[in-house]
Design a protein around this ligand. Sequence first.
Ligand SMILES: Nc1ncnc2c1ncn2[C@@H]1O[C@H](COP(=O)(O)OP(=O)(O)O)[C@@H](O)[C@H]1O
Ligand SMILES: [Mg+2]
Length: 370
Amino acid sequence: MSAESGEQVERDVLRAHAEDAFADELAALAAADERPRPPRWKLSPWAVATYLLGGTLPDGTVISPKYIGPRRIVEVAVTTLATDRALLLLGVPGTAKTWVAEHLAAAVCGNSTLLVQGTAGTPEEAIRYGWNYAQLLAHGPSRAAMVAGPVMRAMSRGLLARVEELTRVPADVQDSLITILSEKTLPVPELNDEVRAVRGFNLIATANDRDRGVNELSSALRRRFNTVVLPLPATADAEVEIVSRRVAQLGSGLELPPVAGAEAELRRVVTVFRELRAGLTEDGRTRLKTPSGPLSTAEAISVVTGGLALAAHFGDGVLRSADVAAGILGAVVKDPAADTLVWREYLETAVRPRADWQDFYRACRDADPA
Ligand SMILES: Nc1ncnc2c1ncn2[C@@H]1O[C@H](COP(=O)(O)OP(=O)(O)O)[C@@H](O)[C@H]1O
Ligand SMILES: [Mg+2]
């Protein structure tokens, strides 16, 4: 492959890593940053927090906010990474745990890719190391025959490793993190050797509140982490801002044609999600049943993005209720037996009486298969 076509592919990847997508902002921050940096950090903790929360640099460069929420949360998360404790981001689905972890890794060490995806089947090799069997059989165990996992690579290079959905990982595999986090070393008994963590190494784990009790962290492991809880957006305005920013980014990435009138429909999607989540209408007058799914901000983003794509490709260029209705129905009705009734009751008691929601009411009735 020629260098040029390599660059073209790099530009055309479907989703760039945070450190590439925001390379300009990171470079501007590094240039403006005069505060002390912990060993091997690309930026000072102050600059990392500014990267996440947004701001304007002395030379006028605007840093876009990645995380919209309490400043203190970001400050505690960033400073934790400069200590000997690892960071655990905890929260219900869609509260930007994965998003924040990726951006933290990008800003701190310029590499957000050393990632272990936690599942019930995550093997110990994913956290420690595996073997190249051809090498192993030909030459026996040696450093050259080892295949380092992401955590081991982060240790030896002084970078941040990420473990997604830590509480889904089987307990015995979780335990392999204890020595790594407490002794900062990874024993390799096969070689009677060890891999020692270089300064700069640390770990960001995420865990889902809803998985509580699945594979609860042992107290020995929990003690190695500082836990930071990411909350749901506190106000409707904050949630509208989060959704509109992300939808605009995704839309430009997908090269969707411009669609008019998105603000009103977007606010309506956020209102529906917040009312159903809270079990109460915005005016506080009507109690509602809550559906089984989390109705996360991330799902609101998908509903609006899907609606925009429909409006752009099949509609008249204006985002209409009919473009979001099917998406909302899909987000609300996760368990048809229970959620269909919850949704219909919401439509009749909360949506129908609203004079300026009649289009939306009809679109939702039409989208309902029954
Ligand atoms: N407070 C927030 N600030 C900025 N973006 C947010 C916020 N909450 C949610 N999001 C957006 O929603 C999505 C959250 O998805 P994700 O990080 O996968 O959630 P989680 O890992 O917590 O389930 C991201 O695309 C992010 O842009
Ligand atoms: Mg996640």
